[in-house]
Design a protein around this ligand. Structure first.
Ligand SMILES: *Cc1c(COP(=O)(O)O)cnc(C)c1O
Length: 387
């Protein structure tokens, strides 16, 4: 079976984990600090503005708390969003307001976001579909004009940029994921970027039980306190990562440019291989200045054959899927929004296998299977029914 997503972990990561085991310090320590600093450098921001977490979802929950999202507030997000983002809003008693997306890019435009803003909008949460930056620069401008906070769910945009600027740093906060299915993998983990220095200083406290000071003999001496005593700034959760996972992250961060370069070549090979197939659209070209992480490669199908094609490919040992099923159709959110662009995209889009472990032969196998199956499906529909 060719997987749709797959991590690439190996000897280097194992060696880094062995080193942590042998150091006897497996909890949050020097390696976590080094991973945060390395990731901040990768983003082009100061290290005090980033906080590592045990998942991107936790980072999003913390972001909503820092944004003071609460009952009575609305938060606008594209309906094509990860469920964790919707939950981070709804769990605070705020109302998620879902906006539409462009049916070809599956990203919202600034106009889609603007149409959903009301005087009650406290924040906007956008992701970068497939790793493509989308309209993020204009959306950031719109949010600034309206005095609304922008949180970027950059979970899948770990190396995405617009004119050299990292996705996740256009708005007021950004969150990233390093879970098992992403590009840079720590098994589980996340990162939070906060632009405002005062809010940024609160983030690590929210991620660690609301503790006002870190324990430790040296700090206690300076503060003239007993090192086992503490004060609280909030009744918070425990969302921190550890040095075992951070050691993996440091190795993966070094390998990231190679991962993304390989993904770019795979996307180009799909583009070439699938060009000109009747009834099938490849992703639109990237605008100038935009760099994608190439997290997803998707095709869009005419004739309502998406689900049948997914089954045909599965039978040939090729796993495909669709992300992210529109949240306005999830009953628990209680939305009555009418979002035709997202509906069209969600019913006709299929994600093909995309990860840096794919060989050219794998990609060609997928291309050949897609070409044959689409032709068979659409041909069958077009030919008259047998008498
Ligand atoms: C995976 C993902 C998340 C959640 O990441 P976790 O680290 O698993 O919590 C959030 N947003 C998007 C767009 C994702 O793909």
């Amino acid at each position: 079976m060719i997987n749709v997503f797959q991590p690439m972990l190996g000897e280097q990561e194992l060696a880094a984990v062995r080193e942590v085991f042998e150091s006897n310090w497996i909890g949050r320590g020097e390696r976590t600090k080094a991973f945060e600093e390395g990731f901040a450098r990768h983003l082009g921001v100061g290290p005090r503005h980033v906080t590592s977490t045990n998942s991107c979802t936790e980072a999003t929950f913390i972001a909503m708390e820092l944004a003071d999202v609460g009952p009575g507030a609305e938060v606008v997000l594209p309906t094509i969003s990860f469920v964790g983002a919707g939950n981070a809003v709804a769990s605070r008693g705020a109302r998620p307001v879902f906006c539409d997306v462009d049916p070809r890019t599956l990203n919202p435009t600034a106009d889609h976001v603007e149409a959903a803003l009301t005087p009650r909008t406290r924040a906007v949460v956008v992701l970068h579909y497939g790793g493509r930056p989308g309209d993020v620069a204009r959306i950031a401008e719109l949010c600034r004009e309206r005095g609304v906070l922008l949180v970027e769910d950059a979970a899948i945009a770990v190396a995405s940029r617009v004119d050299g600027r990292a996705c996740g740093t256009f708005g007021d906060m950004g969150v990233w994921s390093f879970d098992h299915g992403k590009i840079l993998v720590t098994v589980d983990g996340g990162m939070l970027y906060v632009r405002d220095p005062e809010l940024a200083a609160r983030a690590p406290k929210l991620a660690y039980l609301g503790m006002e000071q870190v324990s430790g003999y040296d700090q206690a001496l300076r503060a003239r306190t007993r090192w086992w005593e503490f004060e609280l700034s909030s009744f918070s959760r425990r969302s921190v990562t550890n040095d075992v996972l951070s050691a993996v992250g440091l190795v993966q961060l070094g390998r990231l440019p190679g991962f993304v370069a390989r993904r770019r070549r795979i996307a180009e090979r799909y583009d070439r291989g699938l060009a000109g197939v009747e009834g099938l659209l490849c992703p639109p070209p990237l605008p100038p200045g935009h760099e994608s992480s190439h997290y997803m490669y998707w095709i869009q199908l005419e004739g309502g054959i998406r689900d049948d094609l997914a089954r045909d490919l599965y039978e040939r040992g090729i796993y495909t899927t669709f992300r992210y099923p529109p949240l306005h159709r999830v009953r628990a959110y209680g939305s009555d929004a009418v979002l035709p662009g997202a509906d069209r995209a969600a019913d006709g889009t299929l994600l093909l296998p995309m990860h840096q472990g794919l060989t050219d032969a794998d990609v060609d196998r997928v291309v050949d299977a897609v070409r044959e199956c689409v032709r068979a499906r659409l041909g069958r529909r077009r030919s008259p029914a047998p008498a």
